[in-house]
Design a protein around this ligand. Structure first.
Ligand SMILES: O=c1ccn([C@@H]2O[C@H](COP(=O)(O)O)[C@@H](O)[C@H]2O)c(=O)[nH]1
Length: 236
């Protein structure tokens, strides 16, 4: 079972270091570096965290023309991250280009990072999808469609809410990754998230990975909260 992925949504390296000081040195973590941190600290923070023994999901959600995404992925491939991503809304051609870029840029002998695609953000409700994106189908249909084209493009899986995992699993291969943010322990604040689920429910439903940010990063006891979530998710 995969460790919960902690979203390092911090403004800079200083806050990251203070946060990680709450964890024992020997506890290697699966960490998510997103736009906020990456746009301040750049690739250096990714390399430093890897050097400390952590695994990294680089969550930059690329969405651009195929040529640009392919070139960007060539650079990301050299960083040594485990997982990275694009938006499925960029289409099959863009996703295939992204995968080609990752393969081209991965140094000999190193594993190509897993490439996954965002379906509908977990902060999007069905009403918002209808009104803002003018997508007239149900959220479930939209997410399942994005999952199918993601698999057709040769990617490893999707980012979705845990609510859609069952439907995606019905339409894709058994190894297809469903990485689910929007995870909230019982009675914790949803914030801007709309489609949320608890760690134990996500486990039951078959999420491959869970991503947890604020419930851990804003906790007064981050390590204890992490261990509670890990226990609920992994069962140990
Ligand atoms: O659909 C998506 C895609 C990415 N995210 C990211 O996950 C974390 C969630 O943080 P919380 O504090 O646990 O809400 C955050 O970094 C998002 O950028 C997502 O939430 N939903």
């Amino acid at each position: 079972m995969n460790r919960p992925i902690i979203a390092l949504d911090f403004p800079s390296k200083n806050e990251v270091n203070s946060f990680l000081a709450n964890f024992p040195k020997e506890e290697t973590l699966f960490l998510k570096v997103g736009m906020e941190l990456f746009y301040r600290e750049g690739p250096t923070i990714v390399k430093e965290l890897i050097a400390e023994g952590h695994d990294i999901f680089l969550d930059l959600k690329l969405h651009d023309i195929p040529n640009t995404v392919q070139s960007a992925m060539r650079n990301i491939a050299s960083l040594g991250v485990k997982i990275t991503n694009v938006h499925a809304a960029g289409g099959k051609e863009m996703m295939t280009a992204a995968l080609n870029g990752l393969k081209e840029g991965t140094p000999e002998g190193r594993e190509v990072p897993k490439l996954i695609a965002v379906t509908q953000l977990t902060s999007t409700s069905e009403t918002q999808m209808h009104e803002d994106q003018l997508i007239p189908v149900s959220l479930r249909e939209s997410v399942t469609h994005y999952a199918k084209i993601t698999e057709d493009a040769g990617l490893d899986g999707v980012v979705c809410s845990a609510h859609e995992v069952t439907f995606i699993k019905e339409e894709t291969s058994s190894s297809f990754i469903c990485l689910t943010p929007g995870i909230r322990p019982m009675n914790s604040d949803k914030g801007d998230q709309k489609r949320v689920m608890s760690p134990s429910e996500a486990k039951t439903i078959g999420s491959t990975y869970i991503v947890v940010g604020r419930p851990i990063t804003k906790s007064s006891t981050p390590y204890e909260t992490y261990l509670e979530i890990k226990k609920e998710w992994i069962g140990e």
